[in-house]
Design a protein around this ligand. Structure first.
Ligand SMILES: C[S@@+](CC[C@H](N)C(=O)[O-])C[C@H]1O[C@@H](n2cnc3c(N)ncnc32)[C@H](O)[C@@H]1O
Length: 302
């Protein structure tokens, strides 16, 4: 595997994914009862963005750096993201660090919650252990995240949030593996909340697997999508998407709002697409779609 998340850390897709992740964590924390947070593809946990002259950290200019250059955001979800970012950077040695999904979860989980972060590359996993060493509620497994997911459900808490964030070096195979893991996880614990990140660049591929989700998934699901670059732009990544299975109350409605504001902030960065507004004429935009409605799932199970 050639993929190293350090080259992409803090890019627009990371910002999109991490705002959504924090929103999901806070949604599960509306109840006092604890839950399991399971990160199947955790990465290194924290990434040094200090040297913008190298490729390492360069993508962050169009992501977190553009985001933080703007005024105080209006959407609470975006303010929460800024707060978490500042919380991570306030920790010793982290002034120029970007917190990955595992670090954001570590900052957010309460004493009654439990975290399990999996990373299969030994060097990334050692970095993850170093980044999260101070957080007692976080366990790290240098292992295959799908294997750990299968072994962890049902969780004793009977509530879980799972983030599946594969590198997509081989998109077709990886989406198959992720969808199979989602089905298996739901079979073990049907109320599991799952967020699967996916790249938006190949429209046919996207349409094919999302049609399968609509046909085959026996749980409510929605898609949160943001295109920073027009769909026909020849860039490596046009947009960022998240499939949310068992979306908590109001996640979709709120995402409509924060995604629009996020796109506006990111579109001001040099080299970004020219935002034409939601579904805008320039081909950039945001979209929230219900793929499987709760009604349809109840009906099928009746
Ligand atoms: C996109 S990065 C993760 C970024 C991280 N989730 C974040 O948001 O900060 C994907 C990571 O998954 C790791 N990986 C790939 N296949 C894996 C597997 N089957 N189990 C665990 N980790 C895996 C890669 O080494 C890489 O570090």
């Amino acid at each position: 595997m050639k993929y190293r998340h350090g080259f992409h850390a803090g890019n627009f897709a990371d910002v999109h994914k991490h705002v959504a992740l924090l929103a999901l964590l806070h949604a599960l924390q509306r109840k006092a009862k604890g839950f399991l947070y399971l990160d199947t593809h955790a990465g290194a946990g924290s990434y040094d963005l200090a040297d913008l002259s190298t490729r390492h950290g360069a993508e962050a200019r169009g992501g977190v750096t553009a985001f933080t250059a703007g005024p105080e955001p209006a959407a609470p979800e975006l303010r929460e993201y800024l707060r978490a970012l500042a919380g991570w950077r306030d920790r010793p040695g982290n002034a120029h660090a970007y917190p990955g999904s595992a670090a954001l979860a570590a900052l957010t989980l309460r004493s009654q919650d439990r975290g399990l972060c999996c990373e299969c590359l030994p060097a990334e996993c050692r970095a993850l252990e170093h980044s999260l060493g101070a957080f007692r509620g976080m366990r790290i497994a240098c292992d295959d995240g799908y294997r750990r997911l299968a072994a962890s459900l049902p969780s004793h808490e009977r509530r879980a949030l799972v983030l599946i964030d594969p590198p997509y070096e081989s998109a077709a195979a990886e989406i198959e593996q992720a969808l199979a893991a989602i089905q298996a996880a739901l079979g073990r614990m049907s109320n599991t909340v799952i967020a699967l990140w996916y790249p938006i660049k190949d429209e046919d591929w996207l349409q094919r697997w999302q049609e399968r989700v609509v046909r085959e998934l026996a749980a409510p699901a929605s898609a949160l999508e943001l295109w920073l670059h027009p769909r026909d732009a020849g860039v490596a990544l046009n947009g960022s998407g998240l499939l949310i299975v068992n979306p908590p109350y109001q996640i979709e409605q709120r995402a409509g709002e924060w995604q629009r504001e996020l796109l506006g902030r990111l579109s001001r960065a040099p080299g970004s697409g020219d935002a034409g507004g939601p579904g805008g004429s320039a081909g950039t935009g945001t979209r929230v779609r219900t793929l499987v409605a709760e009604r349809a799932v109840r009906h099928a199970g009746a």
